[in-house]
Design a protein around this ligand. Structure first.
Ligand code: ZN
Ligand code: ZN
Length: 392
């Protein structure tokens, strides 16, 4: 709860999480002046209001006026949002109201793949200045717990992540305030689109790194949404030999083909037979990127002995199952991926150097007011959508 102003007999506070203004009376306002004070203060809040697109129920969202956020700490940075990429997790909250145990309390704002322009900085901020374009890393770790001290900020015990229920509101709003460490200046030819895409792309870069590297290896990517594509771009940038991509949607496979991958659609062809025909000894590394049991099974089937299975996808079910015989006899290594850590800067650098181009990633754009249309499009996998962007 952030106290905005103190009065003698009452105070007014505003809770950003619930968009709630509360007036606390120590005693009933006595004078005309006190009532005027309250009135003027509410007017002040309204004048300082900004637009936020808030989830208000399953498949419902509304544009609401809420007060602009203020700098609280000396390392805070206030950002005017420019662009936001819609993520699969945003869609989960929109259509289901939850991901696993993380449940939305309405109204709530999602969105975490953002970039914008710095409009105000706290006294101790050095990395960015007014007017800088920045990529926003949505993770706000505590930097104090055992995980943070071990360099595992992504599994921080006290992590706050933008647009994650119970942690922090998302950035589907005109202004947000972030700690300096979450802001990465966009320099050279990097645009705010690069900044926004750096969020999912960093997960691909991290997954490739956690696989031990794919240089010269034959790789499978099972599920080709924005995360599968991010893994593919990272693998290409790191000198992969051949990439086999599977997905149910032909438009997505067409993008993978344009990126030079060998593709197959399991609804139309026997992908095991087709890939084994091309690669008789099997794949070196398989990335599961859609969170489905059958793709995990296919990955296990297609891996060669000693192969590595990297699980990036987020399933809607609670338990994975693994074939004992196949995983044991082939001695498959298994690595799960939780978002990413320390990969944003490297990802931006790879885009700046032309190692990664995102030209085929963004397929749709919508203005802020039409966010709901964009969510419905992505939720329905319509019109060959890969990444839909919101422009503020
Ligand atoms: Zn995301
Ligand atoms: Zn921590």
């Amino acid at each position: 709860m952030q106290l905005c102003r103190e009065f003698t007999n009452f105070n007014i506070s505003y809770k950003r999480e619930t968009n709630f203004i509360r007036i606390l009376f120590a005693a009933k306002p006595q004078s005309h002046e006190e009532y005027t004070d309250i009135y003027l203060y509410l007017l002040y809040i309204k004048r300082k209001a900004m637009k936020a697109m808030m989830l208000t129920g399953i498949r419902n969202m509304e544009m609401r006026d809420i007060p602009e956020p203020k700098l609280v700490n000396s390392n805070d940075v206030k950002i005017r949002m420019s662009v936001l990429g819609i993520c699969g997790s945003d869609i989960h909250y929109y259509t289901q109201g939850q991901i696993g145990s993380q449940k939305v309390q309405y109204p709530f704002t999602v969105g975490h793949e953002g970039a914008g322009v710095v409009v105000e900085v706290g006294n101790s901020v050095k990395r960015v200045k007014h007017g800088d374009q920045v990529a926003i890393d949505p993770a706000m770790p505590c930097y104090e717990c055992d995980q943070c001290l071990a360099g595992r900020h992504h599994t921080c015990r006290n992590l706050r992540f933008l647009g994650c229920p119970g942690q922090a509101e998302g950035c589907l709003m005109e202004y947000i305030v972030m700690p300096e460490k979450s802001c990465f200046p966009l320099t050279g030819k990097l645009t705010t689109d690069h900044g926004s895409i750096s969020e999912p792309l960093a997960i691909g870069v991290y997954a490739e790194k956690k696989s031990g590297g794919v240089k010269g290896l034959n790789t499978g990517i099972f599920g080709y949404g924005p995360i599968g594509m991010s893994v593919m771009l990272a693998a290409k940038a790191n000198g992969v030999n051949k990439i086999y991509v599977t997905d149910l949607i032909d438009e997505r496979l067409a993008i993978a083909q344009r990126e030079g991958s060998f593709t197959c659609n399991p609804t139309k062809e026997n992908i095991i037979g087709k890939i084994m025909h091309e690669e008789p000894s099997g794949l070196d590394v398989a990335f599961e990127c859609c969170g489905k049991q059958e793709t995990l099974d296919q990955a296990v089937e297609l891996l060669k002995p000693g192969g590595k299975l990297i699980v990036v996808g987020i399933p809607e079910f609670e338990w994975w199952s693994l074939n004992v015989e196949k995983t044991r006899r082939k001695e498959i290594s298994l690595q799960f991926i939780r978002r990413q850590v320390d990969c944003v800067e490297q990802t931006l650098e790879m885009m700046k150097n032309g190692l990664i181009t995102i030209d085929n990633m963004v397929t749709h754009r919508f203005p802020f007011e039409r966010t709901k249309e964009a969510f419905d499009l992505v939720a329905g996998y319509r019109d060959g959508v890969m990444k839909a962007m919101i422009d503020f």
